[in-house]
Design a protein around this ligand. Structure first.
Ligand SMILES: [Zn+2]
Length: 315
């Protein structure tokens, strides 16, 4: 079986790059060599904006992160390429480069309204995680709803955000969003949405994970769930979490809603702990082998590895 192209829907390496980390170094989870040896063809770099930044300072910080990812991509023109549409993606594949996709994690990074979304779109941003743990001007977050017991869902500005993102071809990401936000976005969005880095709540009840009903609805609307590798979201047994536990989540979702909604959402460089045997992108093939052993067909492995994401993007 030829090695499938791997797309990872979420890593947090952008902040490390802004702080001076270089991708040729093997410190942290994500590096050029690890991406290459893992067979990664497309990596989403989420620009996470700390909630300590507000309004225009959050917007400035978001731009700094976007620029840091672009600078690092430009430093490796033979190996990396920013991809933002089907044309750049095909060009990237022809050149045997790794596609770098920009995302913004936390709507507060847009500043005070949706006006900045167009400029981010022009800069190549293709994914917007509507909230991080903090609620913002657009929507209620999962963390806030869990802490306060009150889920306020989308605001009027949030409804405009959904329409604007649809129009600009920016994929909405509902990881970190509250349940009410999730359902409202799913109802309003004319395009499929993703939960880029969450797990199955049935296997590990946690406010960051999705219920069976949410996963089924996501699958039914053509959306994707990228499985997160954080042991706290996967669930540990006797204090340990291995590849088998990650595979449990993939197998569970496949059984519940089919393999067509599954993707990888590692959260590398954003998580303090990783499952045994899954300490970087170079271990993606080991995970796919585990899924093969669980009965995933060659076709399903191709889809889960990256095919589903390309389908969603229309590339
Ligand atoms: Zn996150």
């Amino acid at each position: 079986m030829p090695k499938p192209m791997i797309a990872d829907l979420h890593c947090d390496t952008a902040l490390r790059l802004l702080r001076g980390h270089r991708l040729e170094r093997d410190r942290g989870h994500v590096s050029l060599d690890r991406l290459r040896s893992g067979g990664v063809g497309l990596q989403v770099f989420a620009c996470w904006i700390s909630p300590a930044f507000r309004r225009n300072r959050a917007l400035d910080h978001a731009w700094s992160l976007v620029e840091a990812v672009k600078r690092e991509t430009a430093r490796h023109p033979a190996r990396l390429q920013l991809v933002a549409d089907g044309v750049s993606w095909r060009n990237c594949r022809r050149g045997r480069r790794i596609g770098v996709m920009l995302g913004i994690e936390g709507g507060h990074g847009l500043g005070t309204g949706t006006g900045s979304l167009e400029a981010f779109s022009r800069a190549g941003v293709r994914i917007l995680t509507v909230t991080w743990n903090n609620s913002n001007a657009f929507a209620c977050s999962a963390w806030r709803a869990a802490k306060s017991g009150r889920d306020t869902g989308l605001t009027a500005l949030g409804r405009k955000l959904v329409a604007d993102a649809n129009r600009l071809g920016i994929v909405l990401d509902l990881s970190h969003s509250s349940e009410k936000t999730f359902w409202e976005v799913l109802r309003l969005s004319e395009k499929p949405v993703i939960a880029s880095h969450s797990c199955a709540g049935f296997l590990q009840p946690h406010f960051r994970n999705l219920s069976d009903a949410q996963i089924k609805a996501l699958a039914g609307s053509g959306g994707l769930l990228g499985i997160n590798f954080y042991p706290g979201f996967l669930g540990e047994r006797d204090g340990r979490c291995g590849l088998d536990r990650v595979a449990d989540h993939f197998a569970y979702v496949r059984e519940l809603a089919g393999a067509g909604c599954l993707a990888l959402g590692s959260d590398f460089d954003g998580i303090s702990r990783v499952p045994d045997g899954l300490d970087g992108p170079h271990k993606f093939p080991a995970l796919l082998n585990e899924l093969k052993a669980r009965g995933f067909t060659a076709r399903e492995l191709r889809d889960v590895a990256g095919g589903n994401f390309l389908r969603l993007l229309g590339w």
